[in-house]
Ligand binder design. Sequence first.
Ligand code: ACO
Length: 432
Amino acid sequence: MTQHATLTIDGKTFQLPVITGSEGERAIDIRALRRETGLITFDPGFGSTGSCASAITFMDGERGILRYRGIPIEQLAEKSTFVETAYLLITGKLPNREELTRTSVMLNDFSLLHEDLKFFYQNYPSKAHPMGILSAMVNTMRSFYPELIDLEEEISKTFLRLISKVRTMAAMAYKISKGHKTVYPRPNYSYGANFLHMMFDNPVIPYEMDYDMVQALNVFWILHADHEQNCSTAAVRVVGSGQVNVYAAISAGISALWGPLHGGANQAVIQMLEQIQNEGLTIAQAIARAKKKDDPFKLMGFGHRVYKTYDPRAKIMKKMCDLVLKKQRLNSNGQGDTLLDIAMELENAALQDSYFQEKNLYPNVDFYSGIVLRAMGIPTNMFTVMFAIGRLPGWLAQWQEDSQDPMRKISRPRQIYTGETLTDYIPIDERE
Ligand code: ACO
C-alpha cells in the first residue's frame, strides 16, 4: 500500500505519496505539489532534494557506505581494476573474460587522437589550467568524432572512445605544457600503465613501468569513479536533460568538477599543506584559523555534504599513501614527503577538536589523494584532471541512465523571486 505524507496549508490538507528506494531511503513525491497547491519547495544547494531515481551508486553518509551497483567500494578497490569498474558502472554488471578483453581491445583501438586536435593544444597559453583545456577538448571531440547514439553497441563505442581518449588528452596536455614531445600510447600496456607511459616517458630517459604505481592509480580512479548526485554529476544530468550531445554534457561535468569545493579540493589540500609548511604554522594555529569565520583559511579535504562520518574512500586512500610513499622513500634514499606527516598530524588534531566533532567534519577522499598523486610524480595542477579521468565512467553511466529514463524531463527548477515589483522604464535623460 502506498504511504502518504500529509501537508496542511491554509486550512487545506493534501496527501503526498512517499516513495522508498531499495535500501529503504524514503522521499516525499512532490511532483504534483505546485499543480495542486500553487506552492513550490525551497532548497538551495538541494540538501533535501532527490533529483532522480538511480540504480548506479548507493551511499549512506551516516554509516560511511559506498557501493557501485551494490558492490562495496572496499571490495572493488582491493580486487577490481578501473576498466572493469567502469564496465560495471556503465552496464550494471561485472564483465566476463570475453567482455573484458573486448573492452580492453577497444580502449586500445581508440587511444590515438586525431592529429589535428594537437593544433588546438598548441594554441593555448602555456599557463592555461589543464581542466579548462580538457573541458574544451572534450567539447571539441564532437566535431571530430560522430556521436553514435542509436544502438546499444554504438553507444558503448562512443563511451569507450571518450574513456580512452580523455586519458590520451590529459597526458598530451601535460607534455605540451612542459614543452616536451608528446608520447603515443602502446598497445601492450593496460589503461593505467599506458597513462603513466604517456605522462613520463621521454626520448632521453625512458620510463620504467612501476606496477605498484599502476595499482595505486587504479585504486585512485576506482575510488573516484562515481559518487551519485554530486555537483559535477548533477551538472552532466542537468545539461544532458536539454538533449545536448554526450560530449557537451561531459564537458559541463569537467567544468563543474574544477572548483575547489569539489574536484579542485585535492589541489587545494596540497596548497594548504604547503602553506602550513612554508609559513611555519603550527598544527594548533592551522586548526584555529580553520575555525575562524572571518578567515578564508579552511581545512581543505575535510567535511562533506553527505558523509557525516569518515569517508570510506579516505580510509582506502590513506592506505595507498603508505604504499606509494614507501616506494618513494626507497627511490629517494629515505627522503619522504613531509606533507604526509603534516596531513596526519592535522587529521589527528581535527578529529579531537570539538568544532570538527560537533559539525561532523571528517577527512574526505581528497585529504590523502593529493599526497598519493604527488608521490606518483603528477604535478599539482593535473590533480583535478586525474579526478576527471576517474569520474568519467560515472558521468557516462548517469548520463545514459538519465537519457533512458521514461520520466525524464528537461531540468528547470523554479525560484522565489525577491526583486523589485512592477517598475516603469525611465528614459535615459530622466535618470539620476
Ligand atoms: N573547515 C572548516 N569548517 C568547515 C569545513 C572545513 N573544511 N567544512 C565545513 N565547515 C563548517 C562550515 O563553516 C559550516 O559552519 P557553520 O555551521 O558554523 O556555518 C559547517 O561546517 C557546515 O558546512 P557547510 O559548508 O554548510 O557544508 P556543506 O555541506 O554545504 O559543504 C563542503 C560541504 C563544501 C565539502 C565543505 O565541507 C567544504 O568546503 N570542505 C572543504 C572543501 C573540500 O574538501 N571539498 C571536497 C569535497 S569531496 C569531493 O568533492 C570529492
